[in-house]
Write a protein that binds this ligand. Structure first.
Ligand SMILES: *[C@@H]1O[C@H](CO)[C@@H](O)[C@H](O)[C@H]1NC(C)=O
Ligand SMILES: *[C@@H]1O[C@H](CO)[C@@H](O)[C@H](O)[C@H]1NC(C)=O
Ligand SMILES: *[C@@H]1O[C@H](CO)[C@@H](O)[C@H](O)[C@H]1NC(C)=O
Ligand SMILES: *[C@@H]1O[C@H](CO)[C@@H](O)[C@H](O)[C@H]1NC(C)=O
Ligand SMILES: *[C@@H]1O[C@H](CO)[C@@H](O)[C@H](O)[C@H]1NC(C)=O
Length: 688
């Protein structure tokens, strides 16, 4: 796990991604496991000068040999260590110990095994150069960077912001001089990994923030340590393209670390995951996290498979050879792809390889993800594949050719929701719609590691500066970059205000007014796939109204979930008591979207408060619903603001037909407009 920080001026953003190499078997003799220990900072007994001495002494009383791996002071208070289950139980009984959590492994959210690093997009529409932007620090938690990449050129950037407290770790294969005014810091966290997996194999990857070959599995306390350090270094935006966070928030290091970051005014943007198109496959759904799904962009890399029979099937390819294979050749079936390209048998032939064993195809993915093939090749979808396979297996003399058409832009419709993008409903808190929004994440041009060829295969001797990659890992940093942009324009906005601006201004239709499609079904996508819609930064800068949230609101949310005092402490690192006279409800969390779960009642009342960041104005509400089984009334229906930052509350009452069949859903939208701004919130009603 590494954490790097980037200085953003205006339209800059960076993408990093990597994939874990699967889970490793852990064996270290005794039944030791790694635990994160949450401590009540205020209960440190007199006589200790330093928290670490107190932690060490507590640890000593249950184990003579255990070492402090990390101590935490920002994301949580406490430490991590290796213990037997018995030692962990004894530790739990000591004064000042709030929670002892076994470690959790996290996976990076990419659809590809190769790794890569930075991205610099200068797309005038998506990323306007705004002269007013100032320096914003973006922290990226991932497997590392290739600092020599052109993506990190600091030409044109001013001096590093004076608030920056971070550093550039000088370690193996990474000298401090590799950092500059853009890549302003880089740190490496492997104690957690090494405690569990043994030392990093330095013949394969450096013990440094350099991105070599994937640093294996990421352990929850390396992640927590990286968040802890990022909070301390004072980043403005934190981008995490990883997760596994599908458990309750008090057990989820990403959610816990993100809570601390949120409190310090840091927007945390996380990928929704690449587990679509099945429903309820989201991770990182805590309401203080901005959860990002994936849409396609309007660029394609088509390559047509022309069958001897005369039929053409369009596929996609990143092959860039000199000799384009337009010759018609004998066509053979190789079955599964393993070693299919070996041997003289296949010389001067076109070979069909099944990728059925690949998760991408297994998941029924129908949009095509471009691959950097070594041989002239094209990837077609499952339907075309079935027809082509039938042809090659049944025709007595099958022939084919592959026509590579290179890059094509303005592909329509665009965006569509990618099949691999994880989908709702939110299985942890169904009363909050996730993902929050979608951003570009399919076939993205990005900087590539210098230690691997573009296919990521050991046999691929090519070295490239850029490559094309897909995954929610790619979409999350887009949103982080846009959040950095908003942060620089509106430094006074909270993370929730920035997210609200990105959400309420997103679009959910194409230019012709037709709804954004889900590539899996070919039908309009819903808030469970796209949240509020696709991010549109040019309008997000001036959203009109925002739905703001503070730490106290999130604490009330935890009360609404009926968390125990110690669970609340685990998430929020404080001794917070829910007010027994208050009725807490997720319906009152000031979120810019509405999820209603119909459980027998027929009337559901939600409250919201909007802040006029656009100044004086009169906003009227409009309700858009696709069903007659729900009625929505908003009270009051007109909000008059006299000045900037004025707040106005309103209630939203859903009256539903409670006898509708369970498992049905209806969707809609609630939109406030003053004629200049449109502030849209998605609505999802689910009969449970
Ligand atoms: C580290 O740097 C040395 C010297 O440049 C190089 O030989 C070695 O392969 C590098 N190791 C890794 C893991 O990148
Ligand atoms: C398939 O593509 C080839 C090459 O562009 C073209 O000559 C042929 O007419 C196409 N066949 C069909 C059925 O579209
Ligand atoms: C391909 O792999 C599948 C699943 O592993 C197997 O059932 C099938 O027989 C294989 N086909 C060939 C042609 O090897
Ligand atoms: C936490 O709350 C309990 C119950 O109100 C109180 O007894 C205790 O002193 C508090 N602890 C801290 C550290 O504030
Ligand atoms: C409520 O839903 C049920 C089941 O779909 C339907 O039969 C009934 O007509 C609906 N009631 C109203 C008032 O629309």
């Amino acid at each position: 796990m590494s954490y790097s920080s980037f200085l953003s001026s205006a339209a800059f953003f960076t993408i990093l991604l990597l994939l874990h190499h699967g889970f490793y078997h852990v064996s270290d003799g005794a039944q030791h496991a790694t635990y994160i220990v949450h401590m009540a900072q205020s209960q440190m007994p007199l006589g200790f000068d330093l928290h670490s001495l107190w932690y060490d002494s507590s640890l000593r009383s249950v184990s003579q040999s255990a070492q402090l791996l990390y101590t935490y002071a920002n994301a949580i208070h406490g430490f991590s260590t290796r213990l037997t289950p018995e030692e962990a139980d004894s530790l739990m009984t000591l004064p000042g110990v709030i929670l002892v959590l076994p470690e959790h492994r996290y996976e990076l959210h990419t659809t590809r095994t190769p790794l890569f690093l930075g991205l610099d997009v200068h797309n005038a529409d998506l990323f306007p150069e705004t002269g007013s932007s100032s320096d914003v620090v973006v922290g990226v938690l991932d497997t590392g960077v290739w600092p020599e990449s052109k993506s990190f050129s600091d030409v044109g950037l001013g001096p590093v912001t004076s608030t920056w407290r971070g550093g550039c770790e000088a370690v193996t294969n990474f000298t401090a001089s590799l950092c500059n005014r853009k890549l302003i810091g880089a740190r490496f966290f492997a104690r957690g990994y090494e405690a569990t997996m043994g030392p990093v194999d330095e013949s394969k990857e450096s013990r440094s923030p350099r991105d070599d070959d994937g640093h294996g599995t990421h352990t929850s306390f390396d992640i927590l340590a990286a968040i802890d350090k990022a909070v301390d270094d004072i980043v403005d935006v934190l981008s995490m393209s990883l997760g596994g966070g599908t458990s309750d928030y008090y057990r989820d290091s990403v959610a816990i670390g993100a809570f601390a970051a949120m409190e310090r005014g840091i927007l945390v943007s996380c990928s929704a995951g690449n587990s679509g198109p099945s429903s309820s496959t989201l991770s990182n759904v805590a309401p203080w996290i901005t959860t990002v799904g994936v849409g396609t962009i309007d660029r394609d890399f088509p390559a047509v498979a022309v069958l001897g029979k005369g039929k053409n099937y369009s596929g996609i390819s990143l092959f860039k050879g000199d000799a384009l294979p337009d010759k018609t050749l004998p066509f053979v079936y190789a079955g599964n792809a393993t070693n299919a390209a070996n041997g003289n048998l296949l010389k001067a032939k076109i070979v069909m390889c099944d990728r059925r064993v690949n998760a991408r195809v297994q998941k029924g993915e129908v949009e095509l993800v471009a691959d950097a093939h070594l041989l002239p090749a094209t990837t077609v979808g499952e339907k075309a594949g079935d027809i082509i396979r039938h042809y090659v297996l049944t025709d007595p003399n099958p022939t084919a050719s592959v026509l590579i058409r290179r890059t094509v832009v303005n592909v329509q419709p665009c965006p569509v929701v990618a099949a691999f993008s994880s989908r709702g409903p939110n299985s942890i808190t169904p009363d909050i719609i996730k993902p929050d929004l979608i951003a570009p994440g399919v076939n993205i041009l990005a900087g590539w590691t210098g230690s691997k060829g573009p296919t990521g295969l050991a046999s691929d001797a090519r070295r490239v500066e850029f490559n094309i990659i897909s995954g929610t890992s790619m979409s999350c940093p887009h949103v982080s970059g846009l959040a950095a942009l908003l942060n620089s324009v509106h430094p006074e906005w909270s993370p929730a205000a920035i997210r609200s601006a990105l959400m309420t201004t997103a679009y959910k239709t194409y230019n012709d007014g037709k709804p954004i499609l889900d590539v899996t079904t070919g039908k309009p996508s819903t808030p469970f796939e796209h949240g509020v819609g696709h991010v549109l930064p040019t309008t997000a800068i001036n959203p009109g109204l925002i739905f703001d949230l503070t730490t106290v609101d999130y604490l009330g949310f935890l009360c609404a979930l009926n968390y125990t005092p110690s669970q609340i402490t685990s998430v929020s690192r404080r001794n917070y008591t829910c007010d027994p006279s208050k009725s807490y409800s997720v319906a009152h969390l000031n979120y810019p979207s509405f999820a209603v779960n119909v459980d027998g009642s027929s009337v559901f009342k939600y409250t919201r408060t909007v802040t006029s960041v656009g100044g004086a104005g009169s906003y009227s509400v409009k309700v858009i619903l696709e069903t007659t089984d729900v009625k929505i009334s908003v009270e009051p229906a007109v909000l008059n603001f006299k000045e900037i930052n004025e707040k106005k509350s309103h209630s939203v009452t859903f009256t539903v037909n409670s006898s509708k069949a369970s498992r049905s859903n209806s969707f809609g939208s609630i939109e406030w407009s003053d004629g200049k701004h449109v502030v849209a919130s998605p609505v999802a009603i689910s009969w449970t």
